[in-house]
Design a protein around this ligand. Structure first.
Ligand SMILES: [Cu+2]
Length: 544
């Protein structure tokens, strides 16, 4: 085993922090958690350029090559206020690496199908290749096309806003302009690529960054006094040999690296915080800090624990609470955010970790994963804790105009001949189709039914929702928050379970958008549907 493989294994198993030999693990663990670079709006405008560039980086002492925003892992924090105009010029400068050149041509594609009975003639194979090209499903397109999603911002899904149907090819630019509403709740949101079929690959590269909306909760006196940390948890799948994210199809397996690739590529999973493996987070005894955490993970649920400490949660998915809610641990499924106050106890070192968790993955429970160390030392202080926060958004007092049922299912056996599939109402994503049509200014209740063994964290764009009923939580699983007044933009479906959500489609935002599983390999393999929000009085509009 060479040193790099050893480090990768240590990172993958999360054991790096336990390695005592400093010369082996000099760069893994023990650095103080850094603050991300920030850019802030001024006079109601934040104008920023995001270059999606492929460049070398160091991760845990290892040289890797990643797709990044402006060369950073993760991207800079964008700090805005309700009512701002957020302008982002996205420039696609991805250089496809790690992809054998002949993979982009169709003859090798067909040669690789020579044992497949469905491709008995060259013509059938070329036809299939053309269909995949048109459906934007080839490896080449996964490599080089991108776009941007502002996750959780209640902004228009129409150009020049949060249009996730855009396909921004190599060397192309797109000017986004998001009008953030004046009633956007103050909290943590995030940005990441959303080009269907490419999303998992790009987020495995670590392409992500936080969006902080400042507002009323920042004026709570005790909170205004606190040291604030924004923590982005990435989950990165990096090949041993190339030190890049592999360009391959994946299937779920057991072990710390929960995927196998076709063709098989030995790889490791890294779960850095703000780009650092196993950093230290230092606090004084009795000091309270405000932590904002985003699970920018394409797959893993982060069941966050801080040894010996209570997490006083003040918001979920960017939306603040009326008062802090003390919790022994907080579950962050892929894409969830949690904001909480942590008050340091006695001097010492405390483990920060994702507890082992069974998220329905066919490879079995995900093992416990060390994330960081809380280091409490220095002069004793006694930071005051707030007892009340802000007035949270309220569900309008309107009748439920429509109830719907959506069925989520999966097939990893390949028995349908279509490979691994993840479906909603029996269908794969088709961006030309309208799956669900609603009217702005109304309230609906959707019951999401899971016919699959996976948990599926379902994200709905534009409008947050409340969960009124959950069925099928696995016995003894204490990770679920079913408080009916919490607002979510992403909520997990239990395996073979269901939940009912209530959603208000805000009247001022219309257009075509999506809902999907935020386990990104599931999304890329079809588990996404389109949502058309019609203007008030024009329902049903019929068609795109
Ligand atoms: Cu899923």
């Amino acid at each position: 085993m060479n040193r790099r493989t050893f480090l990768a294994l240590m990172a993958a198993t999360g054991a790096a922090g336990a390695v005592g030999n400093a010369s082996t693990a000099a760069h893994v663990g023990g650095e103080e958690l850094r603050d991300l670079p920030e850019v802030s709006s001024a006079n109601g405008i934040l104008d920023y350029e995001l270059n999606v560039v492929t460049n070398p980086l160091e991760l845990g002492g290892r040289q890797v090559t990643l797709e990044t925003y402006n060369g950073q892992l993760p991207g800079a924090a964008l700090r805005i206020r309700p009512g701002d105009n957020l302008r982002i010029l996205l420039k696609n400068r991805i250089v496809p690496v790690g992809i054998p050149t002949n993979d982009v041509f169709m003859l090798p594609y067909c040669a690789s199908k020579s044992n497949d009975a469905r491709y008995d003639t060259r013509r059938a194979c070329l036809h299939d290749f053309w269909n995949r090209w048109e459906r934007r499903q080839t490896l080449a397109q996964e490599a080089i096309d991108t776009n941007l999603h502002t996750h959780g911002l209640q902004v228009s899904p129409q150009d020049p806003g949060d249009n996730v149907f855009l396909q921004i090819g190599p060397l192309n630019d797109h000017q986004y302009s998001y009008d953030v509403p004046t009633d956007q709740p103050a909290g943590l949101y995030w940005y990441h690529p959303h080009f269907h079929t490419a999303t998992a690959h790009q987020v495995w590269n670590g392409l992500s960054g936080p969006i902080i909306v400042e507002g009323d909760i920042d004026a709570v006196p005790e909170i205004a006094e606190m040291r604030e940390r924004t923590i982005v948890i990435n989950e990165m799948w990096i090949a041993d040999d190339s030190a890049e994210v592999p360009f391959t199809l994946v299937a779920p397996v057991a072990g710390p690296v929960p995927f196998v690739s076709f063709p098989s590529v030995p790889a490791a999973m890294y779960v850095p915080l703000n780009g650092q493996l196993l950093p230290d987070i230092t606090m004084q005894p009795g000091e309270a800090q405000r932590w904002r955490v985003v699970a920018a993970t394409p797959h893993r649920s982060i069941w966050l624990h801080v040894e010996g400490h209570t997490l006083h949660q003040i918001g979920t998915d960017g939306i603040p609470y009326a008062s802090p809610r003390p919790r022994p641990h907080i579950m962050l499924a892929a894409a969830n955010r949690a904001e909480f106050i942590i008050k340091a106890g006695e001097p010492g070192r405390y483990r920060i970790y994702a507890e082992a968790y069974d998220q329905g993955h066919p490879g079995g429970p995900r093992p416990r994963l060390p994330l960081a160390t809380l280091v409490v030392r220095g002069k004793q202080v006694n930071s005051p804790m707030p007892s009340t926060l802000v007035e949270p958004p309220r569900m309008p007092d309107l009748p439920v105009v429509r109830r719907r049922t959506l069925v989520f299912s999966g097939d990893i056996t390949g028995r349908t001949g279509m490979g691994i599939q993840f479906l909603i109402d029996g269908k794969e994503m088709d961006h030309e189709r309208i799956d669900t049509e609603v009217e702005a200014g109304t309230i609906e209740e959707w019951t999401l039914v899971n016919e699959d063994i996976f948990q599926h964290p379902i994200h709905i764009h534009v409008n947050p929702f409340q969960v009124v009923d959950v069925q099928g939580i696995p016995p003894g699983d204490t990770s679920w928050n079913t408080e009916p007044d919490v607002w979510w933009d992403t909520f997990r479906l239990p395996p073979f379970g269901r939940y009912t959500l209530r959603m208000y489609f805000r009247p001022d935002i219309t257009g075509k958008t999506v809902y999907h599983c935020h386990i990104l390999p599931h999304e890329d393999r079809g588990m996404m549907g389109t949502l058309l929000i019609d203007p008030h009085g024009q329902y049903p509009g019929g068609g795109p």
